[in-house]
Design a protein around this ligand. Structure first.
Ligand code: MN
Length: 248
């Protein structure tokens, strides 16, 4: 049976597995891609740990981040992050929201992440910090509705990464490949910056260096993705656990 979205689903599944294996995603966090033929919509898994996602889990969501069709599966509560960013960033075709250990110290301390090495330039010159309290007061730290998603998208602005205070980060890309590459290199960059800061004051790349290093050769990105994919351990076929129902 021909499924016009089969390639997009498979690529999204592979992205879930790579980002989980590289410690960007863990039991939580999620990655989406803009729908190949309905650009206001996007594809995203049902609520499941990214490492366990299969093509059958990939669902279509509309511009309000609601499920297209019916299913009954548990959904990621924070899916509004995706819908609200796609709405205001037509250049963005893939989004990852995560709580990677590499970036959490920055999210918690508020110390800005700076591009500190070649591929770190992909995070751009500025990584803004979104504080959910500014517009929404005390919350449970989840981006649980369209208003909060729109607020986050506003602070992301035209940047590639937004830190979320005491929560995590959201990363965007012009393609799924670019998104996976940027999500991983942003974490490496954060690790390097934190380690270097224990040795002395850290300065980021210059504006000129960021501009020149930010555009990575697509072949280099494909090569990196092939490597990251090769690192994923084979998973024996086993009955899949039921999706969780509460948390995103
Ligand atoms: Mn989250």
């Amino acid at each position: 049976m021909d499924d016009p979205n089969a390639q997009a689903r498979d690529d999204l599944v592979a992205s879930n597995h790579i980002l989980a294996n590289e410690s960007v995603l863990d039991a939580f966090g999620h990655v989406s891609v803009r729908h190949p033929s309905r650009p206001a919509h996007f594809l995203l898994s049902c609520s499941r740990a990214p490492e366990l996602v299969t093509a059958d889990d990939i669902l279509e969501f509309d511009e309000t981040s609601e499920l297209v069709g019916s299913g009954g599966q548990a959904l990621y509560i924070e899916r509004f992050i995706h819908g609200e960013i796609y709405r205001v960033r037509p250049d963005v075709h893939a989004i990852c929201h995560h709580h990677a250990p590499a970036i959490m110290p920055f999210s918690i301390s508020g110390v800005p992440i700076l591009p500190v090495y070649q591929h770190g330039a992909m995070i751009g010159a500025e990584v803004p910090l979104w504080d959910s309290r500014t517009e929404h007061g005390d919350t449970n730290l989840l981006v649980a509705d369209r208003e909060q998603g729109a607020s986050l998208a506003g602070v992301l602005g035209s940047n590639w990464v937004v830190l979320m205070r005491h929560h995590g980060a959201t990363v965007v890309g012009r393609s799924l490949t670019e998104l996976v590459f940027r999500s991983i290199t942003a974490c490496r960059n954060a690790e390097f910056q934190l380690a270097a800061s224990t040795l002395g004051p850290v300065q980021g790349l210059s504006v000129g260096e960021i501009a020149k290093a930010a555009e990575v050769n697509p072949k280099a990105m494909d090569r990196a993705l092939a490597y990251w994919k090769s690192r994923i351990p084979a998973r024996p076929k086993a009955p899949k656990p039921q999706p969780p129902t509460l948390r995103s």
